[in-house]
Design a protein around this ligand. Structure first.
Ligand code: ATP
Length: 239
């Protein structure tokens, strides 16, 4: 394994009872990259992210992070190691303020000074969250809730972010805004594994892409190469 590979999946498989959702996939994310995982509904994208972050148990194969086998580790330990998942649907907690939602994200961080510094960094990245710090998180707009979900992940100090459909349900302008945020995070040094329905947009941002179909990787390549081939776009990306 070369040292610039941050995350590596080797023959990873996972199932829900008898339903095989991910059927032995190999995937690499190099340090500093944005890698996108594309595919139709039900292809297994969310399950792949959940298996990496320890929310779903691997049935076979391995997840290597910075060369260490993290397969089967408890989710909080995986997050503490720097692999942080931003789930689909944002999961902003109703009844808690924006600040409390963010502080909850820092449960893995024991040092209070570091927690405070991280909160400051999140507010600096997303000034709207500072403005709304005392508002109930669930009262934010969709775009703001997505910022909050990402902000909460940043409180862990991630080395790699697993982003599950950050643009889902957002108006077109906010979709672009969200993609800019993803780009900015990456430029700031965070490696990103991005699951997206909007394949064209994701490939514009990403360095490398994988196309998942029925739990199997059908296609992979440099993002530019994937998006430049009309037959690929039509056959696999569909939008
Ligand atoms: P989407 O874009 O719709 O989220 P996806 O590519 O992320 O799709 P997954 O959510 O990973 O796909 O689902 C992969 C397969 O696993 C599908 O057949 C789905 O029906 C099944 N599945 C997902 N979650 C569960 C669950 N909790 N219990 C049983 N089957 C599930």
């Amino acid at each position: 394994m070369t040292s610039d590979v941050m995350l590596k999946l080797e023959g990873l498989a996972s199932a829900y009872g008898k339903i095989d959702a991910v059927k032995g996939i190999d995937l690499e994310v190099k340090r500093g990259q944005i890698v996108t995982l594309l595919g139709a509904n039900g292809a297994g994208k969310t399950t792949t992210l959940k298996t990496i972050s320890g929310l779903v148990r691997a049935k076979a194969g391995r997840v290597l992070f910075e060369g260490n086998d993290i397969t089967g580790m408890p989710a909080h330990q995986i997050a503490r190691a720097g692999v942080v998942h931003v789930p689909e649907g944002r999961h902003v907690l109703r009844g808690l303020s924006v600040r409390e939602n963010l502080e909850l994200g820092a449960f893995t961080v024991k040092d209070p000074t570091l927690r405070k510094d991280r909160l400051e960094q999140v507010f600096a990245q997303f000034p709207i969250l500072r403005t709304r710090a005392n508002s109930d998180g669930s009262l934010l707009s969709g775009g703001e809730q997505q910022m909050l979900a990402i902000g909460r992940a940043l409180m862990h100090g991630p080395k790699i972010l697993l982003l599950d459909e950050p643009s889902m349900g957002l108006a077109p302008k906010l979709v672009l805004e969200t993609m800019k945020i993803v780009k900015r995070l990456n430029e700031g040094g965070t490696t990103i594994l991005l699951v997206e329905q909007n394949a064209r947009l994701a490939l514009r941002l990403a360095h490398y892409g994988y196309v998942l179909e029925s739990g199997v990787i059908r296609l992979e390549g440099e993002a530019k190469q994937l998006s430049a081939d009309p037959s690929i776009v039509q056959a696999y990306l569909g939008n």
